[in-house]
Design a protein around this ligand. Structure first.
Ligand code: SF4
Ligand code: SF4
Length: 177
């Protein structure tokens, strides 16, 4: 199991080699390109998911936004995983999701929430596989996405074009063209 950029757990991948990291960067770039094109509708569905990662540099900011002293925040809201990451303890829904489905720490929410759904582990893994295996169909690989979510339709309608472009960049990098 590999952890990319400190937050994306990529199951099925072992140690990340420099070559793999370059391909993962392409996958990350392809996913993030979609981010600006889609405005989040704040439906709160993603805030019911498990595994909300907090980076060490985000802890002060989030606890301050929540109005919780740091030591209390760490004790009551954060758990550490065996691979060294920190996660919100209360999920499904997240402790900071308000009744109106808005985030209680919106301006200071974790990066993983800002990236959602474009930079989550599952999508990153699937896009990576589609980039490195030219016979793979990214639409098939992302077939797990819940079509009732407002944001995932936007991904599936544009991801093929992003993958094609990333494959082209990879071919040039590896000398395959
Ligand atoms: S599921 Fe998508 S649209 Fe809904 S809050 Fe999350 S990112 Fe926004
Ligand atoms: S921190 Fe905010 S955006 Fe992130 S899961 Fe919790 S309520 Fe949702």
């Amino acid at each position: 199991m590999a952890v990319y950029r400190g937050k994306y757990v990529l199951r099925g991948l072992g140690r990340i080699s420099p070559e793999m990291e370059a391909d993962l960067d392409l996958a990350y770039g392809a996913c993030m390109e979609l981010k600006d094109a889609f405005p989040c509708e704040m439906c709160g569905k993603c805030c019911h998911q498990p595994n909300i990662v907090i980076l060490p540099e985000e802890v002060d900011r989030i606890s301050a936004a929540a109005g919780i002293p740091l030591h209390v925040f760490m004790k009551e809201n954060v758990i550490r995983t065996s691979d060294g990451r920190m996660l919100f303890k209360k999920t499904g829904p997240c402790v900071f999701l308000r009744e109106d489905m808005r985030c209680g720490v919106w301006n200071d929410r974790p990066e993983i929430c800002r990236d959602f759904p474009y930079g989550v582990s599952m999508l990153m893994s699937r896009v990576y596989l589609a980039i490195v295996d030219e016979s793979a169909d990214v639409i098939e690989l992302t077939g797990y996405m819940d079509s009732s979510w407002p944001c995932t339709g936007a991904i599936r309608s544009s991801i093929s074009e992003k993958v094609d472009r990333a494959r082209e960049v990879r071919r040039k990098r590896t000398g395959a063209v």
